[in-house]
Write a protein that binds this ligand. Structure first.
Ligand SMILES: Nc1ncnc2c1ncn2[C@@H]1O[C@H](COP(=O)(O)OP(=O)(O)OP(=O)(O)O)[C@@H](O)[C@H]1O
Ligand SMILES: [Mg+2]
Length: 252
């Protein structure tokens, strides 16, 4: 399989002098095209920092990050931003949306800013995604008039507008109840099945059980990993138990 992300010896430090802290400690990892990878670890272990490093949202102190054949870590921020906008998607715990725009316009806005895009086509795509993610009919709602789960679905639609090759998701279900979280994970699993790679950060073993591979971080390092067979998808409970057992071994 071809690689989409290759991280080599990634070191990330924050601050300077006495106040300098090393948050990523020489991380090596890769994501194959179409793969679904989860990252788990204690709070402060560097999960979000790793996601920011691999997506080029933040610079790294040393090491390298490749996106396909392109070395992200050598590009200028402008060029990295261009790759993020065209080829990557992002979902966070709570989507930041503009209060003066309805749901549909919030979904379209980032892609529409790309200049020469055809608005009718974008609207059509956004409506289709909204239908697919179960929020069809809510196009004209204000963002304050929908539930947390519906807002997160809109966040997913927005992230999919550019048909990304990889979706970076940092605790996308963190603010949701378990029923909404399950629905969101069902959606992400479908999106992955259609070919989009996913890097998902989560604290929840039940959530990471949806991935093909789980990486465990501790103190800025990947200390263990677990590969889950596609064939065991029918039994999510067994997958979750495997992850919980590995967490106990690793001590997280
Ligand atoms: N901009 C920053 N400046 C200084 N320190 C930072 C910065 N961002 C993160 N850190 C520190 O880096 C460490 C790792 O943070 P990170 O957000 O990656 O952790 P995390 O594993 O995502 O935690 P959580 O599960 O709580 O989200 C923490 O100790 C944090 O305080
Ligand atoms: Mg985090």
């Amino acid at each position: 399989m071809a690689r989409i992300i290759t991280g080599r010896n990634i070191i990330k430090t924050f601050g300077t002098g006495d106040k300098q802290v090393r948050v990523l400690n020489g991380v090596n990892m890769e994501i194959e095209k179409g793969e679904f990878v989860a990252v788990m670890g204690p709070s402060g272990s560097g999960k979000s920092t790793l996601l920011f490093a691999l997506s080029g949202m933040d610079s790294i102190t040393s090491g390298s990050v490749m996106f396909g054949d392109t070395e992200l870590s050598k590009l200028r921020e402008n060029d990295r931003a261009d790759i993020r906008r065209k080829r990557m998607g992002f979902i966070f715990q709570q989507p930041t949306m503009l209060k003066n725009l309805n749901l549909l316009d919030n979904i379209i806005l980032p892609t529409a800013q790309d200049g020469k895009k055809n608005m009718a086509k974008l609207t059509q795509k956004a409506k289709l995604l909204m239908k697919k993610t179960g929020i069809g009919g809510l196009e004209n709602r204000e963002i304050t008039e929908v539930s947390g789960g519906q807002l997160q679905r809109a966040g997913i639609c927005r992230a999919l507008m550019n048909s990304p090759e990889i979706l970076f998701a940092d605790e996308p279900t963190g603010a949701l109840n378990s029923k909404s979280a399950e629905a969101i994970m069902g959606l992400l699993t479908d999106i992955n099945r259609e070919g989009t790679a996913i890097l998902l950060v989560t604290h929840d073993a039940k959530i990471s059980a949806c991935a093909d591979r789980v990486l465990f971080t501790k103190d800025g390092d990947i200390v263990s990993e677990l590969t889950l067979q596609k064939s065991s998808r029918k039994n999510m409970e067994t997958r979750t138990k495997k992850i919980l057992a590995e967490m106990a071994v690793v001590g997280i």
